[in-house]
Design a protein around this ligand. Structure first.
Ligand code: V47
Length: 367
């Protein structure tokens, strides 16, 4: 592989990585420009194995989207409905949302991941009661809820600071924040694809505040649409800089753009090789974020399996009931069982590890 890395023109990057030196902006762009996917992948795999060996993490989780009513107009979104009178708009009652957890009493779930549209017609109490109810039903469940974009929306709508919103949600049972809403931090892209929601600085500042309040969070990057390689690397470096400051990110999650049923449907979906490259470069540039996650619903199951050799050590989880990607054309199953995830990891030659949200190992894998 050494000669391959040399032939790909990556010998100096290889040297830096071996010496534990940080990659620069220019290094990141060169990795994207490099046509030899396997050379980039082998560097990322080495970094992955240095941190995690063959271990591949996932959890037993459930996705819930209690409302798709949204006043933002992100061009890539197939999930949101702009007006509550649209036939496909929905808002679950608290009882309906709680039933989604109640009816899974038989499942050893450890995490509930909630994402919503930006619904201007609900009181703040809807969200605090939602969390309190879930904790009443299952006191041990981890509530990973509301993107930084939702936190900013709540603060503006209900006249609170971002910190106050977080404090009240923590008081109601919030345990961590998911990474959604980051898209691409570059202003040029945000102006075009998501101009009317919280910007990059505020997204990052909300994560900074969350980390200061003791919450762990994730950070995502929506790729494969109109962004340049430079904008991808800039996004990674901004995430890396905040991680240097706070250490609060657990995972970086590249999210493959899905073009069905949205205003960017003329664009092709990113290729499998682009997906592998994005995950590999993420592992190489983000030297301080412990986990690189392939969200299998976004990458597809087979590409997620291959990504386990391109820097990825985490596959999210069972998921179940996901809507955002399925409405945008994801052909993946609605959810995977623990047995399916375990098989998927083992048959890729990796070691399956069931984790909780904080990456504590669970002892329940049974096959
Ligand atoms: O913020 C929306 C993305 C995100 C499309 O933190 C789309 O563990 C592709 O953030 N094509 C929500 N992507 C999902 C999310 C997430 C997923 C898995 C794990 C975690 C975590 C977070 O989905 C949105 C947006 O960036 N998205 N529409 C689309 N058409």
């Amino acid at each position: 592989m050494n000669s391959r890395i040399q032939a790909a023109g990556l010998a100096d990057i290889d040297d830096k990585l071996r010496a534990g030196e940080r990659l620069s902006f220019a290094d990141g762009v060169r990795l994207f420009d490099c046509p030899d996917l396997l050379a980039v992948g082998s560097l990322a795999n080495r970094e992955r194995e240095k941190r995690h060996g063959a271990r591949t993490y996932f959890n037993y989780n459930l996705r819930l989207e209690p409302t798709n009513v949204c006043e933002a107009s992100c061009l890539f979104c197939s999930f949101a409905r702009l007006k509550p009178i649209d036939a496909a708009a929905y808002t679950m009652s608290l009882e309906q949302a709680w039933d989604k957890l109640r009816c899974r009493a038989h499942q050893p779930l450890t995490e509930l991941h909630i994402v919503n549209g930006l619904n201007p017609d609900l009181p703040f109490r809807y969200y605090t009661e939602l969390l309190r109810g879930f904790k009443r039903i299952r006191p041990g469940i981890h509530l990973k809820c509301f993107t930084a974009v939702e936190i900013a929306f709540f603060a503006d709508l209900y006249g609170m600071s971002d910190e106050r919103v977080l404090l009240e949600l923590i008081e109601a049972g919030l345990d961590s924040l998911p990474g959604g809403g980051a898209e691409i931090f570059a202003e040029r892209v945000r102006r075009k694809i998501c101009h009317d929601k919280c910007g990059a600085d505020r997204y990052l500042d909300i994560h900074r505040t969350a980390h200061r309040l003791g919450l762990r969070t994730n950070v995502t990057m929506l790729y494969g649409h109109i962004e340049t390689f430079e904008e991808r690397v800039d996004h990674m470096l901004r995430s890396r800089a905040l991680q240097d400051e706070t250490g609060g990110f657990q995972a970086f999650i590249p999210l493959a753009f899905h073009p069905d049923n949205n205003q960017m449907r003329k664009l092709p979906a990113p290729s499998a090789s682009d997906t592998l490259k994005v995950h590999a470069v993420s592992r190489l540039v983000l030297d301080n974020i412990p986990h690189i996650k392939a969200f299998w619903i976004a990458t597809g199951v087979e590409v997620a399996q291959a990504a386990l050799w391109f820097g990825v050590d985490d596959l999210d989880g069972t998921v179940q009931e996901e809507k955002i990607y399925h409405m945008a054309g994801s052909p993946t199953p609605e959810g995977l069982t623990m047995a399916q995830l375990t098989h998927l990891v083992r048959s890729a030659g990796r070691e399956p590890i069931e984790r909780d949200t904080f990456y504590n190992i669970q002892e329940t894998i049974s096959c």
